[in-house]
Design a protein around this ligand. Structure first.
Ligand SMILES: C[S@@+](CC[C@H](N)C(=O)[O-])C[C@H]1O[C@@H](n2cnc3c(N)ncnc32)[C@H](O)[C@@H]1O
Length: 347
């Protein structure tokens, strides 16, 4: 049956808004890449002055700023000047909560998303077919992009730090292993709030120097080990709590199983494994997690998962699902202990 005219118009407007959302995203990414927020003075700025400082065309810069002013990133003032809002200040490189590198990373990923149709047809990530190597190999071989990726992950970890630290009780654990811990932002935060605990960060050889820098800067010598390795082929360091934040969603089901079985082998008796991950909810509401699910598939062949999928994944790896608890707007902690069954053998 035909919808009433008003509802039809609402549908049209909503569909077109979604179709055009990529314009705003792309503009935001370019503004972040050019570091335009870094050039804003304390008060209002003349577009001509900003254009000269950023090497931009003045009219087009006004168009970009105006679009983003509609999203609260800048504010257009009477007389045609612009100022940075508190939201826009998150694009500054020197803001302690800066998300500039996260937005830049979305900019690097944008051309790959243009090939999402390849993933839709084949079920395979588009990234390797486009770049000739996997996402993580590309980051290893392109240090500039690797640095932005590391900084973006650290930015997300800083943004999520409060949620993780208040949402999960780390106090019972003596030795925390952060598997794929990146630059150490999360592990260092855990150790600083739990002075009686020690920890080990485990990540790829080209990534661990950034974690060593975090450890040294925060004077965590003697309490934070940094170990280089590959969680597909190497022994994972032992501990009584294994933390994997934003790791399992990077990988396909068979790959995730290998990582989790290696972690299981490193867990102490009575040890626990916690994933900090987004969780897919069957709610038909727009959500960042659903966008990330597509992104993980296109970039890496990974996926966001439902609670039932995590439960099933754990079971096939000799882990017993305990609970999934929301710790932030999108972030959940998904907990497991070793089960009696060992799951399938490691290949
Ligand atoms: C999405 S990032 C998450 C980083 C960190 N846990 C966080 O939440 O900020 C994935 C991490 O997995 C690491 N990684 C990827 N492949 C790996 C491998 N084969 N062995 C060990 N670490 C790996 C990457 O270097 C990166 O630090």
């Amino acid at each position: 049956m035909d919808k009433p005219k008003g509802a039809r118009a609402e549908d049209s407007a909503a569909l077109l808004e979604l179709a055009e959302a990529s314009i705003g995203s792309r503009v935001l990414q370019i503004v972040a890449e050019l570091g335009i927020a870094d050039h804003f003075p304390e008060g209002p700025a003349e577009p001509g002055w900003l254009a000269a400082r950023t090497g931009a065309d003045e009219d087009t810069l006004v168009s970009f700023l105006r679009l983003l002013a509609g999203h609260g990133v800048f504010r257009e003032l009477p007389g045609g000047t612009f100022e940075l809002t508190s939201r826009g200040a998150l694009l500054r490189s020197d803001d302690p909560s800066s998300l500039r590198d996260v937005v830049r990373l979305h900019g690097f990923n944008y051309p790959v998303l243009e090939h999402a149709g390849y993933s839709l047809r084949t079920g395979e990530p588009a990234f390797p077919s486009l770049r000739g190597q996997t996402f993580f190999e590309h980051l290893r071989d392109n240090p500039g992009q690797g640095t932005v990726f590391g900084a973006a992950m650290a930015g997300l970890s800083r943004a999520e730090r409060e949620d993780v630290l208040t949402g999960y009780d780390f106090s019972p654990y003596r030795h925390v292993v952060d598997v794929g811990g990146g630059d150490g932002t999360l592990l260092a935060s855990i150790l600083r709030t739990h002075p009686e605990a020690s920890g080990t960060l485990f990540d790829q050889p080209h990534v661990v120097p950034s974690a060593e820098r975090t450890r040294d800067d925060l004077r965590l010598h003697g309490r934070m080990d940094v170990v280089a390795g590959d969680f597909f082929t190497d022994v994972v360091p032992k501990g009584d709590l294994h933390v994997l934040k934003s790791i399992i969603h990077d990988w396909s089901r068979p790959e995730a199983e290998v990582i989790l079985r290696h972690c299981r082998e490193a867990m102490s008796d009575g040890g626990r494994l916690v994933l900090f991950e987004r969780v897919l909810l069957p709610d038909n509401a727009p959500s960042q997690t659903k966008s990330w699910d597509v992104l993980m598939r296109v970039l890496l062949g990974g996926a966001e998962r439902t609670v039932a999928e995590f439960q099933d994944l754990f079971e096939s790896c000799g882990l017993a699902f305990e609970q999934a608890t929301r710790v932030g707007p999108a972030m959940f902690v998904v907990e497991a202990v070793r089960s009696v069954s060992t799951g399938h053998a490691i290949e």
